[in-house]
Design a protein around this ligand. Structure first.
Ligand code: TMP
Length: 244
């Protein structure tokens, strides 16, 4: 049986534990929420359960569609066994519709449709506030190699197509999202890691355009917990106490 051993990492929303198998970790999702590089802090009750289960539902679909992921097995509401990876220090963002920092940076109103899915990278470095970085910068700094970069881009566009259709079927427009990749510690292959959840996606209701994601927390829009539960119900999440 795979069990948690020593904690090897604690992030803003998750803890990662080693197991007896050096090639497997257990991730444990917390209710902690931060925004603006940790300046705003709070809790969203039940978020860990929503994000754990929702990520796993989505990672299974992505895996079935040919993009390898770190998902192995959900243990309970908050804990999941994953393949041990070394995270590439790049946040990979795709935007379908202008919002957030893109709107601010380029002076484009939120909600403006983009002519094509737009990929961008941020350098994962909290001290610097995760700055925008381009391909050349990332290659010059040795953050990723050319083969990995090409793989990440191909996978990310494919994931965008899968997710757009998936969320549309749940009455949600996928405005943008952030994902992270890692290299599998056993095989070296680039695989999808981290999470896909209302923390890491912008999702707007198709009918009302209501924000159904972490922007409710970031921007103090209210109904934060209720919104996470609504998204969870729409994606077919399971109730607390279910067996996995
Ligand atoms: P942005 O418009 O603030 O750059 O955010 C783009 C997308 O990335 C949005 O879906 C929210 C997500 N995101 C994260 O998952 N983590 C972060 O730290 C930030 C800043 C954004």
């Amino acid at each position: 049986m795979t069990e948690k051993k020593n904690q090897i990492y604690e992030g803003k929303a998750k803890k990662v534990y080693a197991t007896d198998d050096p090639y497997l970790y257990i991730v444990s999702y917390k209710d902690d929420a931060t925004a603006f590089n940790g300046e705003k802090r709070g809790q969203i009750a039940g978020k860990g359960i929503v994000n754990n289960t929702m990520t796993n539902i989505i990672f299974k679909i992505i895996g079935e569609n040919g993009v390898p992921t770190h998902f192995v097995k959900q243990l309970d509401d908050r804990d999941t066994i994953v393949r041990a990876v070394t995270i590439l220090p790049l946040e990979v963002i795709i935007r379908n519709v202008a919002a957030g920092s893109f709107s601010k940076r380029y002076g484009v109103p939120e909600g403006t449709a983009l002519l094509r899915p737009t990929l961008e990278f941020s350098y994962k470095k909290d001290e610097l506030g995760d700055p925008l970085i381009n391909d050349d910068h990332a290659l010059a700094l040795g953050l990723i190699d050319e083969g990995q970069l090409a793989q990440v881009k191909t996978y990310t566009h494919k994931i965008n197509e899968i997710l757009k259709g998936f969320f549309l079927g749940k009455g949600l427009k996928l405005i943008d999202f952030k994902i992270e990749f890692g290299t599998d510690n056993k095989t070296g292959e680039v695989i999808l890691a981290d999470e896909i959840s209302p923390d890491t996606c912008r999702l707007w209701d198709v009918v009302t355009n209501e924000k159904m994601d972490k922007d409710r927390f970031r921007r103090d829009l209210g109904n934060v917990e209720e919104t996470y539960q609504e998204v969870f119900a729409r994606v077919g999440g399971r109730a607390e106490g279910d067996n996995y």
